[in-house]
Design a protein around this ligand. Structure first.
Ligand code: BGC
Length: 754
């Protein structure tokens, strides 16, 4: 390696000019193109000055926490500092804190020969120091603005701590709730998942990527990771290219259209090709079809996992397959670090391929402003003033209550009257600060969790509140049952807070049975026998099979894992300060054996018919779900009428415009989420029974009505044909509008050839 440093004044001058150009470019497209060319020229000159080892270094990402420092903090040890100094790392993950990131960045930009800044990555999934609801819960808000706000706050906080890059959003469609990572995404639906994925990208990336409060997003896990066979994490995926393109890929495309700068390759294989070595995914689709010009990072060690997949014989072949397929950065497999130089010597990988990967990484480093200010304005003081800012906590409460779904409310048991009576609060999640933060809560401090009990005590200060745990989340211990029965006897109403721990969903946390774990249902039955009205508050990271509970308890509130403001949000809903507005982003099955059970399935040649035996069904359980996708109640009711399609004959270039009258038929104001589903009645290939295509929220005073119009371009009715092209086939379509995926108000239209 030569000992010549790239001239710092020249690098800074190039960067300074670029910042100017980019500022001008906010306004005009030609100026933007020029700024883009300026960046490309700057990248050319940087690459021209790098040794092969330095180029490879840019493609390598190391994790923090390799060693524990003298004061117990997670840090980067001396050996790894030497690697940074030698230009052997392009990125670090899991290192946070303004002081630590600045110190490491200083080594990269002042002590390394190439002076290229590091990009710091972290899983900022649902908040940073202010913990928001898990993504599945946020998707239940059906409120992209709330989801965007949550991502924006997570970005602002993490960026103040020196993070540049979040490994989010996760946009994996998940039709099988046994899969633990369903908690990290937006559920089962392609359209809802696309809307939410795009909202998260907008939130993380803000209006400008080089703004010091923005993070660059990493859309993951590319692709079809959520389709793991049997809902078992990391498992095999085998699916048609049509299903891949129509169901699993659109949320990735939507995130890209929203500006996402990076992608993460998934752990799984698809049809025999491991994603981290899939040229089809990373080059054909992502770069050639979608024109993505950012970079792709592997998942943790996933290049090395090409070996157990049986897709590579050794780390060298794994690195060769990955980089030649289009994967740019190696997270923690060390395969690029250890093999690329010799692969170049053996002519199995070209320098041009490596240059291209370096170029993509530098492009993102430029876009996020690292060449203008490698520290992105971080300081310990800014960090302190940003983290857990009161406005962030207020937003977390608001997003949390918007994420709650009311599943049952017999005889209007809810809302409860706050000031009076005796309330028994029972359950292993009622006074629990650990689990409500949910999976992937990163550097959260669980002491900040407001528990359900604390929220109830605060909201119902005038009531007598008795708490007992009753049972554990898991296990068979019944010693707390008697105390639970006892407090229930003394109460006017019982609130039972039950569900899953935070580590029962998330990575490698799959369940073969998705009812309430342990003996929680036994406790519910024991308390129910007392005869007092019970409100079941659920906390969980997936859909649950809760048939007995739904049949026997008067009120059920789905609260998922809501983050720090859990107790406030739950109490807001229980006592009516907030009327629930959430809707299910996943189907709730009756029993685990029904899964995968999702609303947009195909019809089959023998669709289920109650009166005909030889139709698709199980003998021992009804064919319908317990709660359909899109379902959710509030403290009022709505009626739909007068569905009309404005133009029942449509060309492919038209818009489909649908009108419906929605009336608040109850005595409280409330929100309705009006949902539009479409069925392509006959296709060259069979089509799903219906697919969500649009939704709109309306707020109505008691007795008020609104005429709601939902409109989509007819091109949204396209699907992937045998030629792998998305087209709208002329023919008849059925439009369903209503409160959830079981809506039966229908109208017909026809798409005619132009
Ligand atoms: C997960 C990714 C995550 C990465 C880095 C992996 O185990 O699959 O989702 O971004 O770790 O933390």
């Amino acid at each position: 390696m030569t000992n010549v440093k790239l001239s710092r004044p020249i690098l800074l001058l190039v960067a300074g000019l670029l910042v100017l150009q980019i500022a001008v470019a906010q306004k005009s497209t030609p100026a933007r193109a020029q700024a883009g060319r300026g960046v490309e020229h700057a990248i050319d000159s940087i690459i021209a000055g790098l040794t092969l080892q330095e180029k490879i270094g840019q493609l390598v990402q190391y994790t923090g926490g390799w060693s524990t420092g003298p004061t117990g903090e997670q840090t980067i040890n001396q050996e790894q500092r030497a690697i940074i100094r030698a230009g052997g790392a392009g990125s670090l993950l899991n290192v946070t804190g303004a002081a630590e990131t600045r110190a490491l960045q200083r080594i990269a930009v002042e002590e390394s020969r190439s002076r290229i800044p590091l990009i710091f990555g972290l899983d900022v999934i649902h908040g940073f120091k202010t913990t928001f609801p898990i993504p599945l819960a946020e998707a239940a808000s059906w409120d992209p603005a709330a989801v965007e706000l949550s991502a924006r706050i997570g970005a602002t906080e993490a960026a103040s701590a020196g993070v540049h890059w979040t490994f989010a959003p996760m946009v994996d469609i998940a039709r099988d709730p046994r899969w633990g990572r369903i908690a990290e995404g937006s559920g089962e639906d392609t359209y809802l998942g696309s809307v939410m994925g795009a909202a998260r990208v907008r939130g993380f990336q803000g209006t400008r990527l080089d703004d010091p409060t923005s993070l660059v997003a990493c859309v993951k896990h590319y692709a079809a990771y959520g389709a793991a066979e049997g809902g078992r994490d990391y498992n095999t995926v085998d699916m048609s290219e049509q299903t891949l393109r129509d169901v699993y890929l659109p949320p990735f495309k939507a995130a890209l259209d929203a500006g996402a700068g990076t992608f993460m390759a998934s752990f799984n294989e698809i049809n025999g090709v491991a994603s981290s070595g899939s040229r089809f995914l990373m080059t054909t689709v992502l770069r050639d079809e979608w024109k993505f010009d950012g970079f792709v990072v592997s998942d943790w060690g996933s290049i090395g996992e090409l070996i157990p997949h049986g897709f590579a014989a050794d780390p060298g072949q794994a690195a060769e397959r990955a980089i030649n397929a289009g994967l740019d950065m190696d997270m923690e497999a060390r395969a690029f670090r250890d093999s690329l130089a010799s692969l170049v010597k053996q002519k199995r990988v070209t320098v041009a391929t490596i240059d291209e990967a370096v170029r993509r990484i530098l492009r993102i480093k430029f876009r996020i402003g690292l060449f203008a200010d490698p520290y992105r304005g971080t300081s310990v003081e800014r960090e302190k003033n940003t983290l857990r800012h009161p406005s962030h906590i207020a937003a977390a409460r608001n997003v949390a209550r918007r994420s709650i779904v009311l599943l049952k409310n017999e005889h209007n048991l809810l809302p409860l009257t706050p000031g009076t009576g005796a309330i028994a609060v029972i359950g292993p999640l009622a006074q629990n600060k650990r689990d409500p933060v949910g999976t992937w809560a990163g550097p959260t401090d669980t002491n900040h969790v407001v528990t359900a009990l604390e929220g109830i005590q605060e909201a119902a200060a005038g009531a007598m509140i008795m708490y007992t745990r009753g049972c554990g989340i898991d296990g068979n211990d019944t010693t707390g049952f008697a105390a639970a029965v006892n407090v229930a006897r003394k109460a006017d109403v019982v609130v039972m807070v039950m569900g899953e721990s935070n580590d029962m969903s998330g990575e490698a946390c799959c369940r073969s049975f998705i009812g309430l774990p342990g003996n929680q249902l036994d406790l519910i039955k024991a308390v129910q026998a007392v005869g007092k009205p019970i409100v079941l508050v659920l906390m969980n990271g997936r859909s649950l099979a809760i048939s007995w509970e739904a049949a026997n308890l008067p009120a059920i509130v789905e609260s998922w894992h809501l983050g720090h403001e859990t107790g406030h949000a739950i109490a807001d809903v229980l006592f009516g300060a907030y009327a629930p507005t959430g809707r299910l982003p996943v189907t709730f099955p009756r029993v685990t054996g029904q899964v995968p059970l999702y609303y947009n399935h195909k019809n089959t040649g023998r669709p289920f018919n109650d009166t005909v035996h030889y139709t698709t069904r199980y003998l021992d359980v009804p064919s319908t779900p317990l709660y359909p996708f899109g379902f959710g109640l509030t403290y009022t009711t709505f009626a739909y009428s007068g569905l009309t399609i404005e133009n029942a004959k449509l060309r492919t270039t038209d818009s489909l415009r649908v009108r419906v009258m929605v009336k608040n038929t109850g005595s409280r104001a409330g929100d309705e989420v009006v949902q539009m589903y479409v069925r392509d009645d006959v296709g060259t290939l069979t089509r799903p029974v219906r697919e969500l295509k649009a939704f709109q929220r309306v707020h109505l005073a008691p007795g008020a009505s609104a005429n709601v119009t939902l409109a989509i371009p007819v091109s949204d009715l396209a699907y992937t044909g045998l030629d792998m092209k998305r087209t709208v086939e002329p023919g008849s379509f059925t439009v369903f509008v209503g409160a959830n995926a079981a809506a039966d108000l229908a109208a017909h239209c026809e798409v005619v050839a132009r």
